[in-house]
Ligand binder design. Structure first.
Ligand SMILES: NC(=O)c1ccc[n+]([C@@H]2O[C@H](COP(=O)([O-])OP(=O)(O)OC[C@H]3O[C@@H](n4cnc5c(N)ncnc54)[C@H](O)[C@@H]3O)[C@@H](O)[C@H]2O)c1
Length: 289
């Protein structure tokens, strides 16, 4: 296992490319959007610089990882020498399908496919390619360079060999793993979506301000972040997509809160656009965290 391709250079893809490069792999980060690639490169350079400054990586490792990391817009070309392709495009079946069909067409036979989906079925995603035994979900967490876990989710036909290899790859990226079987929402998204959605219902009902609700959850329940701080980091659009999927698969308890839908319609998508539940142009202290 040497060459990793990460498809999608958004919130997650850029982080996955970073931990892959730090783990010693040769990495190509691919996106259809040149601006997203540019923004990924700038953010990763900042993360490298902070890692150096804080002594988390050595100057040699930084140099090596940067040399091993390239930014591309041509997916078919990138696929041709891949040993593992990790897909991190938006949580929409039609986009993932198109990407997996391209991967299947251009990747070598031995190449493993992984999806970073938060909620969708790895079995269904595997059906978009033709190598279900070599396809699996690698669910990373945001921010990828800080969060210790990769939730590895086997689809119906994922082979033991694929699961073993992916576990080793995640460990080489410096991550802890759990290997579980597929069910909508896995372990983490199922709980996180429920808590996050309930917080929007509370806000909608006028129970308290976002600050009050976040403080109660953090100090009363010992959560490291409040649900609104977290959803601003995750992206309100990403959370809404996840909730819609879980609502369809698991029923009423996942019906997205109307207030969340309204925020998304208003373009309040979270930190990535400067405003979500909180307004980051005014809340400097939250931006710096
Ligand atoms: N945001 C989170 O906190 C989080 C956490 C865990 C998992 N996920 C999952 O990770 C995946 C990506 O989420 P994100 O938040 O990084 O999304 P994002 O919107 O930040 O980034 C997606 C990127 O994919 C690119 N893209 C779209 N179509 C493409 C194509 N055909 N080829 C190449 N690139 C393409 C877009 O230009 C964009 O840069 C989703 O499945 C999501 O559910 C997200």
């Amino acid at each position: 296992m040497k060459n990793i391709i990460v498809v999608g250079s958004g919130v997650m893809g850029r982080g996955i490319a970073y931990v892959s490069a730090i783990g010693g792999f040769t990495v190509s980060l691919v996106d259809v959007n040149e601006k997203a690639l540019e923004s990924a490169k700038n953010e990763l350079n900042l993360i490298f610089a902070k890692g150096l400054e804080r002594g988390k990586i050595s100057p040699e490792l930084e140099q090596q990882a940067k040399t091993n990391l390239s930014y591309l817009s041509d997916l078919p070309k990138a696929c041709s020498e891949a040993d593992l392709i990790i897909e991190a495009v938006p949580e929409k079946a039609e986009i993932k399908k198109q990407v997996f069909e391209t991967m299947e067409q251009y990747a070598p036979e031995h190449c493993l496919f992984a999806t970073n989906t938060s909620t969708m079925s790895p079995t269904e995603i595997a059906s978009y390619g033709k190598r279900a035994d070599r396809t699996i979900a690698m669910h990373f967490f945001n921010p990828v360079h800080k969060m210790p876990l990769v939730e590895i989710v086997r689809g119906l036909e994922t082979s033991d060999e694929t699961a073993e290899t992916i576990k080793k790859v995640a460990e080489q990226m410096g991550k802890e793993t759990v290997v579980i079987n597929e069910f909508p929402g896995f372990v983490t998204s199922r709980i996180s979506c429920l808590v996050g959605n309930e917080a929007f219902y509370m806000l909608q009902e006028g129970l308290g301000t976002p600050e009050d609700i976040d403080k109660a959850i953090k100090l009363g329940l010992n959560f490291p972040m409040g649900p609104f701080e977290l959803v601003d980091l995750v992206g309100l659009d990403a959370r809404l997509n996840n909730l819609r999927y879980l609502h369809e698969k698991l029923g009423e308890k996942y019906r997205p809160a109307p207030l969340l839908e309204q925020y998304v319609k208003a373009g309040r998508l979270g930190r990535k656009v400067g405003k979500g539940v909180y307004d980051y142009s005014k809340k400097e202290e939250l931006v710096k965290k």
